[in-house]
Design a protein around this ligand. Structure first.
Ligand code: AHM
Ligand code: MG
Length: 333
């Protein structure tokens, strides 16, 4: 079988489908290269002194792991000098990171969660990097947080790298979803799945069940109906999986269907859910929709939510269309 590299795929997309302007292609290549470097660090584990805590806190007050900090730096450094970006924003940084004056300013803005699934770093379970690309508004001038306040539907590209038994890069530029596997010997990303499609129906769900007592009634109803199995209203037995790395859970759903949920709960109404709109929910929602699935916050399409702050959190329901539609309809009932 002829191998297609990420570079070749992007060049062909640019040439034939016109879906990727040259600048965006360069940007994606740089992000992919940074993910390769992160993958290399991840695979060293204790041998690379990358495990454990960094003794610092991020903007959310969460203790940062060494690998959170290392991955953030790798992405910042890799993307600063290329001339295709105006600014970056990261889950690990309080405010935006404009491109320093010594480099030319480009027309895109990059957002990322440098190392998603931090609780799994030290236990050798799959983790990942999630990214989202927005266009800088015309005549923007000095970038501010305000320029990032665009709904997910404005994303021009989104993707994630998953560092698991294999390192994979899943990418969309609004023309379907493709998956590349890292060939470690050759150091290149090779196209291994074209046009990924999420099966519409499923018998598998993903949620952190330990929070059950805090859930709101629509989520209680939805999950209890699944747990009732073949003699319950759903008339089938469901299986449950929860990796606690969104990238790994979404990657499974992309491949074999399922629904992923991180709902709001009754503990703290000021904190609607755990996941972040700009770094996690929006890019994953774009990927899932491009693969034929659906993504809502229980009430509306995630990609339609107007953001009001960089580190905003949202409830997330995404995956197989019929299941996302069902749990969303329970919220309306
Ligand atoms: P992180 O960005 O700090 O790693 O947090 C996000 C992660 C997701 O990857 C995952 O779905 C979720 O947190 C797991 O949360 P929990 O520990 O409550 O199960
Ligand atoms: Mg995360």
């Amino acid at each position: 079988m002829k191998r297609v590299s990420l570079t070749q795929y992007l060049v062909e997309e640019q040439r034939h489908n016109n879906s990727i302007p040259a600048e965006l292609r360069l940007l994606i290549e740089v992000v992919a290269r940074a993910c390769k470097t992160i993958s290399h660090s991840v695979s060293k584990g204790a041998l690379g002194d990358i495990l454990g805590s960094a003794d610092t806190e991020n903007i959310q007050g969460e203790v940062q792991k060494k690998l959170d900090v290392i991955s953030n730096e790798i992405l910042l450094e890799a993307n600063e000098w290329g001339g295709h970006l105006a600014a970056m924003a990261s889950e690990e940084m309080e405010s935006i990171h404009p491109i320093p004056n010594r480099y030319p300013m480009g027309e895109y803005m990059l957002l990322f969660d440098p190392l998603d699934g931090s609780s799994n770093i030290d236990v050798n379970v799959s983790i990942g990097t999630i990214f989202s690309v927005l266009k800088a508004p015309d005549g923007m001038g000095t970038p501010t947080e305000e320029h990032f306040m665009q709904p997910g539907s404005a994303q021009v590209a989104a993707g994630y790298a998953v560092y698991g038994p294999q390192t994979m890069l899943v990418l969309t530029t609004g023309n379907g979803v493709n998956c590349f596997t890292l060939d470690r010997e050759m150091g290149s990303w090779v196209l291994t799945s074209r046009n990924m499609t999420i099966p519409e129906t499923t018998k598998e769900f993903a949620i952190n069940m330990s929070n059950q007592r805090h859930w709101h009634p629509p989520v209680q109803r939805y999950v209890s109906e699944m747990l009732a199995g073949s003699t319950g209203p759903r008339e089938k037995d469901f299986n449950m999986r929860w990796i606690a790395s969104m990238v790994a859970d979404v990657h499974r759903i992309l491949n074999r269907g399922g629904i992923f949920m991180y709902p709001a709960d009754m503990r703290d109404t000021s904190m609607p859910g755990k996941l972040r709109l700009m770094y996690e929910a929006n890019p994953m929602a774009m990927i899932v929709e491009q693969a034929g699935g659906a993504a809502t916050d229980g009430r509306q399409r995630i990609l339609d939510i107007p953001p009001h702050k960089l580190h905003q959190r949202v409830p997330v329901f995404l995956g197989s269309k019929s299941e996302v539609e069902r749990v969303t309809s329970y919220h309306a009932a």
